[in-house]
Design a binder for this molecule. Structure first.
Ligand code: NI
Length: 168
């Protein structure tokens, strides 16, 4: 097990479309283990494989320290199959440090995927969990949370963010 480096915007890997897992190998298993460790180490509530430079359709989520009741969730090849309602809330991302923005998301979703034993699972999500699942699945499609903002807000953010990077 190892903590991996979290790639930061504008790293190209964050814009790739991740590929589905077809064979669960020992490498898949160590990647998942490392993702869990990396997420906890960074005090995150979710992490997608492309964030550690592996463009594969795997997400790990643990919202339990922010919202009770949801244990560690590993989802392979996740897909949202139903959704209803909308909700606005503030979001951040480990790949876009020190930036928060209010993002509109679907309030209730039904997500389908595979667990670590490649057993099919379906989970009904709401609240913070539904938001994080959508945020992490976006990562698998090369979408970052600020892509959901208005053009003006997005341009303002990019200018400020890239300026702060150039100062480091
Ligand atoms: Ni993120």
């Amino acid at each position: 097990m190892a903590v991996r480096e979290i790639k930061k915007f504008p790293d190209e890997v964050l814009r790739q479309k991740s590929i589905p897992i077809e064979d669960y190998t020992s490498e898949t298993d160590s990647l998942i283990q490392d993702m869990i460790e990396t997420m906890y180490c960074a005090s995150g509530i979710g992490l997608a494989a492309p964030q550690v430079a592996e463009p594969m359709r795997i997400i790990v989520i643990d919202t339990s320290w922010k919202e009770d009741g949801n244990p560690l969730l590993v989802l392979i090849n996740p897909e949202i199959i139903e959704g209803s309602g909308y909700t606005d809330s503030e979001e951040g991302c480990l790949s876009v440090p020190q930036y928060l923005a209010t993002v509109k998301r679907t309030a209730n979703i039904l997500v389908r995927g595979y667990d670590r034993n490649m057993k099919p699972i379906e989970i009904q999500c709401d609240g913070l969990l539904a938001r994080v699942v959508q945020h992490e699945i976006d990562h698998l499609n090369g979408i970052l949370f600020f892509d959901h903002l208005s053009l003006i807000k997005r341009e303002f953010f990019k200018k400020r963010y890239l300026k702060s990077l150039s100062k480091q």
